[in-house]
Design a protein around this ligand. Structure first.
Ligand code: ARG
Length: 407
């Protein structure tokens, strides 16, 4: 029986060539699965055109799945709850879409009775890790194939290969950047970006070109940690993210330039644009400042970093990540309220106000004016006992610590 493979298909050069290459070299049947995670935002091509290309390359079928709401509500929603930024900066744009794609690959593999899934990643990146570890977490019996790790073709070779097999591709030999995009943002690598000293070029940015020089102020409302409205206009999360990408992006907000540690041991310089992701995480974290009890909040900070690292490392479907999700969910019960954001071109964002019905912020306790309800006298004994250990230690040292250094 011919082996059947379900390929995560993007419509680009590599995955198009992968269809024909796997048929020729491995004698398999290929089913393409194109998962829409919002990458159509500024694309010049329809999914129908992309489907035609998959069939021209030799696929027996090409299934298009619309996973935008699933990506927004489940994956971006969890990332907001965890204020997820890998290494404190990167909002996991590509890392969040891979488990969505994996889930649909496995689903289609079952529907088509396939024995394997395949992806177009090379051996140097994180995405191969996410595809493979994710697939094995959902379907330990499925094989995962990675033709681009085996074929040893350069980009120019792949273009020649596509021409030889009459696969209609748009790629040209001088393409500079590798770009991955979805509704949570865009990741850009290659070209002059590989020189960490060189300032990032303007050219590959699309979401964050400054087209609005006036300040933009808007209010994002959250219910139990989830963003639900902008300026009182209720929206489902995929729409809210798209609207915020437009409004914040037009002021130039949302760019990121970083050197990151990949799972495979490589440091790489990458640039990102993710206006909605960065604005929503900042707003959500600010609202948590109002409502989370101190010890819970401090513990959450530590676990947020771990959550982001696990998701970056391809462990979306894993026991630790699921346990951390339960913790994150538990913390979100009272994260309801409004946050005011102000954007000023080029690229500046400030949070200028927040309010929450369940806030632990208590004006009577915080104020220095006549409305003060705090019992000042209680502090005397509290502070004395709190500092007692240090005071005892200091007494044993004599005057040792009190002499300022000579200048
Ligand atoms: N470095 C980022 C990550 O690992 C972005 C990867 C982008 N992927 C790509 N195929 N261009 O999540």
């Amino acid at each position: 029986m011919t082996k059947r493979v379900v390929l995560a298909y993007s419509g680009g050069l590599d995955t198009s060539v992968a269809v024909r290459w796997m048929i020729e070299e491995w004698g398999v049947e290929v089913v393409c699965v194109l998962v829409n995670v919002g990458q159509d935002a500024d694309s010049s091509e329809s999914f129908e055109e992309i489907k035609t290309r998959a069939l021209a390359a030799g696929a027996i079928d090409c299934v298009v799945v619309d996973a935008r709401d699933e990506m927004a509500e489940e994956f971006c929603g969890a990332a907001i709850a965890a204020n997820a930024k890998y290494e404190g900066k990167y909002p996991l744009v590509s890392a969040l879409s891979r488990p969505v794609i994996v889930r649909h690959l496995v689903d289609q593999a079952r529907k088509f009775n396939a024995q394997a899934v395949a992806h177009g990643c090379t051996g140097k990146g994180n995405d191969q890790v996410r595809f493979e570890v994710g697939t094995h977490a959902l379907a330990p019996d499925l094989e995962v194939l990675a033709p681009a790790r085996n074929w040893g073709m350069t980009r120019a070779d792949s273009i020649d290969y596509a021409q030889k097999w009459s696969i209609p591709i748009k790629a040209t030999k001088e393409k500079i950047y590798s770009i991955d995009e979805n509704l949570w943002g865009r990741a850009i690598e290659c070209g002059e970006i590989e020189d960490p000293w060189a300032a990032p070029p303007e050219e590959p940015y699309t979401l964050t070109r400054v087209t609005n020089l006036s300040p933009v102020e808007l209010t994002v409302s959250f219910v139990a940690g989830k963003p639900v409205a902008i300026d009182d206009q209720a929206m489902k999360m995929s729409e809210l993210i798209a609207a915020l990408n437009l409004r914040a992006g037009a002021t130039g907000f949302g760019r990121l330039d970083m050197v990151e540690n990949r799972r495979v041991g490589i440091k790489s310089r990458e640039v990102y644009e993710a206006p909605a992701a960065l604005a929503l995480i900042a707003a959500h974290a600010d609202l948590e400042d109002m409502v989370l009890e101190r010890d819970l909040h401090h513990e959450k900070f530590k676990l947020e970093a771990r959550w982001a690292e696990l998701v970056y490392d391809g462990l979306w479907f894993s026991p630790l990540k699921e346990a951390l999700d339960a913790f994150m969910n538990e913390t979100q019960t009272h994260v309801t309220g409004d946050v005011r954001l102000r954007f000023e071109a080029p690229g500046l964002m400030r949070i200028v106000g927040r309010r929450a019905p369940q806030a632990l912020y208590d004006h009577g306790l915080a104020t220095y004016d006549a409305a003060d309800t705090f019992r000042h006298a209680d502090s005397e004994g509290y502070v004395r006992i709190y500092g007692l250990g240090v005071q005892t230690w200091a007494a044993r040292q004599g005057a040792k610590n009190s002499t300022p250094p000579r200048s």
